[in-house]
Design a protein around this ligand. Structure first.
Ligand code: BGC
Length: 509
């Protein structure tokens, strides 16, 4: 089982010597191609599944329904195998993340990222060269293994490489690269949708590029000192630490890593420890944040934005262009979060995000309920533009709150010895519920029609209440003091702290 991950929150060990070296930045950019792979895939699926050439070849029933039958506005794309094309990846990633957690600690972060890139590259070849639906799904499973391995290794790699004072921002840069990947995919779809009949193949093949960059780039990067020391390669670990910090004297940081690794080794079975009551607060919060993140409905928008925009009456091109706009909003709003997260705090961003997402979902729901009937009409141009604007407001609210914080908070609230195992739960919950939403959304849109937006709005109320009452503020709290300063002080979570076998005094690096 994976030994604990050694990361630190936001600059709580300022005494460590070191500069922000060019080498660290290069390593971080190369690793971030893992986020780009994930984001590219999120963005590409929706565009491809709305392209006629693709539908005609693999999903003729959906194509006929879209072209010839008198289509029900809300049901144009309702097809289980079309949804399986998108969602199969997440099922594969879900199972891969637990294996990846083991590989990550036994073979190291760098090799795990290399394995991820090979999986992803193979998946890109299989899907872009697809001749039948089986080959497509098989390719998606390979892509999923790539995502599962990359999502476990890249955030850990980034956290362990970064000097502690830029660790928080570097964490969110993983999410930033996801959003850049989504945007690039939207742009590529916009252009390839005009290339007949194989534009979709180009879209799917380009997924191989970030994988190739990650694979070749990772030859240049080194393993993290933590992972080396954890695997008893102590001499090499010190050498790498000196190189990435750009100074000779790294004794303090080295001692901390050593100390943390030794303490973590004492916990023989982190998954068992995770099941104890004392681990409940961070575990429940990590899982809930990921489940709620998906029940905002964000991926209904990310995967199916072009489909959704066609539903409200845009043509193919206008729909794809609108999803480029939402992609841009997503990237820029994530940058806002990098700046705000350590000043206004996590709770404020999450609650503000809830209000913004709730209002926009309700407005979209009301417009569609009032004016988009199942058969026969499209929205007026003005109404369709309001829907696109509200989608942008929604994406903005998500991108500076639940998007990055869904990943950041689980990485900072677990104590050292359960951090890796806990993070694997966070990754797999994300994948599971991404799968659920991806698989169900088009059928739900068909059955619930406009009311689906009220369904998501209902979840947003629940997550707002959860945040208000149960999510403590962790801004500025050192990760190794979470138990004393956060959980033991909390009106509700403190009752799980009675069984105080949760180690609180380990120095975390
Ligand atoms: C989520 C993805 C989502 C993306 C959108 C990520 O944090 O995990 O499911 O598609 O944000 O930017």
């Amino acid at each position: 089982m994976a030994p604990a991950v050694v990361v630190c929150g936001s600059g709580e060990n300022p005494e460590f010597e070191g500069r922000i070296t060019v080498y660290v930045i290069v390593c971080a950019i190369i690793a971030a191609f893992g986020g780009l792979m994930f984001g590219y895939d999120i963005g590409i699926s929706g565009g491809v599944t709305s392209m006629d050439d693709f539908l005609e070849k693999f999903f003729p029933a959906v194509y006929r329904k879209k072209r010839h039958a008198l289509p029900n506005n809300y049901c144009k794309y309702d097809n289980q195998s079309l949804q399986l094309f998108t969602s199969s990846l997440y099922l594969a990633a879900l199972s891969a993340s637990f294996i990846a957690s083991k590989v990550c600690s036994e073979a190291g972060r760098k090799h795990t990222m290399q394995i991820a890139s090979v999986f992803f590259f193979t998946g890109a070849i299989l899907t872009s060269g697809g001749v039948n639906i089986e080959m497509l799904i098989f390719g998606r499973i390979f892509l999923g293994f790539g995502v599962g391995f990359a999502n476990q290794a890249v955030p850990l790699f980034l956290s362990e490489m970064a000097p502690s004072r830029i660790r928080g921002a570097l964490n969110i840069s993983f999410q930033l690269f996801i959003t850049i990947g989504i945007l690039i995919a939207n742009l590529i779809n916009y252009f390839t949708s005009n290339i007949h009949p194989y534009g979709w193949r180009i879209s799917l093949a380009i997924a191989g590029l970030p994988a190739l960059m990650l694979c070749l780039g990772s030859i240049l990067i080194c393993e993290t000192p933590t992972s080396l020391i954890e695997r008893n390669k102590v001499e090499k670990g010190i050498k790498v630490l000196r190189k990435i910090r750009g100074v000779e004297d790294v004794d303090d940081e080295f001692d901390s890593i050593l100390n943390a690794c030794e303490m973590a080794r004492k916990v023989k079975d982190p998954f068992r420890k995770l099941m104890k009551p004392v681990s409940r607060p961070p575990l429940v919060i990590a899982i809930c944040l990921q489940v709620f993140q998906q029940f905002t409905g964000i991926n209904a928008i990310m995967f199916y934005a072009p489909v959704l925009f066609q539903t409200v009456g845009f043509g193919n091109q206008a729909a794809l262009l609108s999803s480029v706009i939402t992609g841009l909003v997503n990237v820029f709003s994530t940058v806002v979060s990098v700046y705000l997260v350590d000043t206004v705090g996590r709770r404020f961003l999450l609650l503000e995000g809830c209000v913004q997402m709730f209002i926009s979902q309700i407005i979209i729901g009301i417009i569609l309920l009032k004016d988009l009937k199942p058969v026969g009409n499209d929205l007026s141009k003005g109404e369709a533009i309001i829907v696109v604007m509200m989608v942008c407001v929604f994406v903005m609210g998500f991108a500076w709150s639940w998007g990055p914080l869904g990943w950041l908070i689980p990485s900072e609230t677990f104590p050292l010895e359960t951090r890796s195992a806990g993070f694997a739960f966070a990754v797999s919950s994300n994948m599971l519920f991404t799968f659920v939403v991806a698989q169900a959304f088009l059928s739900m849109l068909c059955r619930m029609q406009a009311r689906i937006f009220f369904f998501f709005a209902g979840w947003i109320v629940i997550m707002g209440v959860f945040t208000w009452f149960l999510l403590p503020e962790t801004k500025g709290v050192p990760v190794d003091s979470m138990v004393d300063k956060v959980w033991k002080q909390h009106w509700f979570w403190s009752c799980f702290m009675a069984d105080d076998d949760l180690r609180t005094d380990v120095k975390v690096v």
